[in-house]
Design a protein around this ligand. Structure first.
Ligand code: MLT
Ligand code: ZN
Length: 493
């Protein structure tokens, strides 16, 4: 039996706090002491934190929806220490939850059932920026923004970017296979991975960091570990591809007559502009909320039924030697040819671009000002997207009349963030309603935040019994004691 070490989860929305066997509370005090001894024996005792004030920041997620407890936060400084912790936990059947920057949005990095919290933030070295190979090797605890800066200092870029870049760690983005704002151009985190180092559930270390761009020597563990949410191994370092530096970029915020117009515009731009790097949908309630919460002026004249934020990259004007247009001209021409455009604001200077991006990037923090959100990130096909966007608010109102629904997202991939506030007590009914709308349209209930604890019971909407059985066999093979993040991703048995 795998031991939890603390009280049951307090997942707002009602995931059961009970598990099989004795009530958790009965065994907590003894278990906690045993576990602390085991952990202090495994690593430097200063890496084992038990001060409740210090632990608070680790056991609660950023939204406040997932609040857990733990007997200890362990902060190893290197892979050997991670391996020692995992090995000790495996030997004593103690469950642990790996955590990066604690920016996850599906409860996957919070010890909701009293598991030990294994923080990877201490593995924060940029190990190598290999300009010749166009690759970097970094510790799992390096924030995405720091990797991006290191790449930029070497005249290169890193394809994954997200609003939480300064806190989200590279290891965390691997564990969740984070997407972010430029999947359209560079793909998700999995697409950047050329190698990983990870500690498997028995404490063994697998390391394949040479970064050979062509390497068919067996199973591709980076692909398996990306999106595994800490259930198969604890990622300690990664080798990622870097991208050529962007020479020039232009951003446009476009007001359109309807959501179908915005979806069609995103498709036209994606198919017509090789330099299109991002296409993000926003709606009037979200724009209004961001303006209020962040004290921003209206981005365009008047209100529009849908807004599209697009970014185009390319050469600076004339840089191709043939007097070619820069991204701003290319974008302006393309926008002029789009149907349904009512107004647009374009910028290619940094302050101008950042001012336009703010309306999109600041959605998440603005929504949080309305209370604890129920956060969903779903994908449907582009042809199903307009009907989905139209159906969601009414469907949510039917089960949560007081709730507000906020829709925005990565429209070029059909990825809609459905955030619902004012749904206290009915969060799971809201999720059930929205996930069924997604499944009816053949979509995915989790597109970039992972399944976590939040969505595990709905995994069967997207995955067949045979697939889930295969997932369980893979987990059993790599984590035979079942200690690695045992309460996420797979539905409870
Ligand atoms: C984003 O794209 O801004 C986040 O993934 C969405 C969210 O906060 O729900
Ligand atoms: Zn997103």
């Amino acid at each position: 039996m795998v031991h939890d070490t603390g009280p049951p989860d307090r997942h707002i929305g009602g995931v059961s706090g009970k598990r099989g066997g004795r009530p958790i509370e009965e065994e907590t005090p003894t278990m906690s002491n045993q576990v602390l001894t085991i952990l202090r024996d495994a690593v430097d005792a200063t890496c084992v934190l038990t001060d409740p004030d210090v632990m608070t920041g680790y056991v609660r997620d950023w939204t406040g929806r997932f609040v857990g407890r733990t007997a200890a936060v362990v902060r190893p400084a290197n892979t050997a220490q991670v391996a020692a912790v995992v090995q000790a936990c495996a030997q004593h059947e103690v469950a642990l939850v790996p955590q990066g920057g604690n920016t996850g949005l599906a409860g996957g990095g919070v010890p909701t059932r009293g598991e030990i919290l294994l923080s990877l933030r201490g593995l924060s070295d940029i190990l190598q920026v290999d300009v010749a190979a166009g690759q970097a090797t970094v510790g799992a605890g390096v924030p995405v923004g720091v990797l991006r800066e290191a790449a930029s200092a070497a005249g290169l870029g890193y394809g994954v970017d997200l609003a939480s870049r300064d806190s989200a760690t590279v290891g965390g983005t691997v564990a969740t296979n984070a997407g972010g704002l430029r999947v359209l151009r560079y793909g998700d985190t999995r697409a950047q991975l050329l190698g990983v180092e990870a500690v498997l559930g028995d404490g063994s270390v697998v390391s394949h960091l040479a970064g050979l761009a062509r390497d068919n020597t067996g199973y591709h563990l980076p692909s398996l570990l990306a999106g595994s949410e800490g259930t198969l191994g604890v990622v300690t370092a990664v080798r990622v591809r870097l991208t050529p530096a962007t020479r020039a970029r232009a951003v446009g915020l476009i007001g359109l007559a309807s959501v179908p117009d915005a979806v069609a515009a995103a498709s036209l731009l994606r198919n017509g502009l090789p330099g299109l790097a991002a296409a993000e949908l926003m709606l009037p309630p979200g724009i209004d909320l961001v303006m209020r919460a962040c004290r921003l002026s209206p981005p365009l004249r008047g209100t529009h039924a849908a807004y599209l934020l697009v970014e185009v990259t390319g050469d600076a004007p004339g840089e191709d030697g043939a007097g070619g247009n820069g991204p701003l001209d290319i974008l302006a021409d393309a926008v002029a040819g789009l149907p349904g455009v009512a107004d647009a604001s374009l910028a290619d200077d940094r302050p101008g671009r950042e001012a336009l991006w703010a309306y999109r990037e600041r959605h998440t923090e603005s929504i949080n000002t309305c209370g604890t959100p129920v956060k969903m990130d779903v994908t449907v096909t582009p042809d199903a997207l307009p009907s989905f966007v139209e159906a969601v608010p009414a469907a949510v109102r039917a089960v949560a009349p007081e709730a507000s629904t906020w829709l925005f997202g990565h429209v070029a991939e059909g990825n809609v963030h459905v955030n619902v506030t004012g749904a206290a007590g009915v969060g799971e009914r809201v999720e059930d309603t929205v996930f069924r709308l997604v499944a009816e349209r053949g979509g995915s209930i989790s597109t970039e935040h992972g399944i976590g604890t939040a969505k595990r019971r709905w995994l069967p909407l997207n995955r067949s019994p045979a697939e889930i059985a295969a997932f369980r066999r893979i987990k059993q093979a790599l984590d035979p004691a079942g200690i690695l993040n045992p309460n996420v991703l797979l539905p409870a048995l």
